[in-house]
Design a protein around this ligand. Sequence first.
Ligand SMILES: [Zn+2]
Length: 232
Amino acid sequence: MPDPLYQVEKVCPICEQKFKLTKTRGQAIAVSTDTDFCTHFKDLNPSYYTIWVCPHCGFAAHEERFFTLLESARQKLKKFLEGREVNLDLSGVRSWDQAVTAYKLAIFYASMVHLPASHIASLELRLAWLYREKGMAAEETAMMKRAVEGYKEAYMREQTPIGNLTEVTLTYLIGELLRRIGHYDESLTYLSRVVGNPQAKNEKRVLEMARDAWQEVRDLKKAAEAPANGAE
Ligand SMILES: [Zn+2]
């Protein structure tokens, strides 16, 4: 089997130095997908490698955003990172810890230059999934909380589709994340919007997932309310 990782050389848009980064060949085998679209992989998790990190200045961004900075953002980052010597080489095989570091850096820089809320939320959600991988529930929930706030902002302000997130899918994802962090009433609001959206008919799988999540929240709420209302 060929090595699933390979190296490419890039020039950092911030410090303008050459560096090597590691990419995956896209032969990762998905084992399962959670209800918030977190995919679990058999061996290699490709999301470990989608954040590019310059070993010289430390700039980090998602691969789709690495070279698309506005000039004003580039100048801001340049000023911030100027003269810093970071010895942070995340090329080669990335450990879980290194993947977490890469995501934290990408979130930090994306926030600094005000990239769209949906983009920052997607990074936060992916970081939450890394915590899920290790069973770190508190960290996972904290990161999902941040992600859901970003997605709610995107829902109000950004034009859908956002990447492959249609309005229906985005609405569902917000409802599902709210369910996962225990905000049941608000979760029902978003899940009902999916069920009531005529466009949802074109996204049958998401519609079905929204119905399941809606039912689950209803059941959870009922269970939580039962003792307070006395025995029935
Ligand atoms: Zn650099």
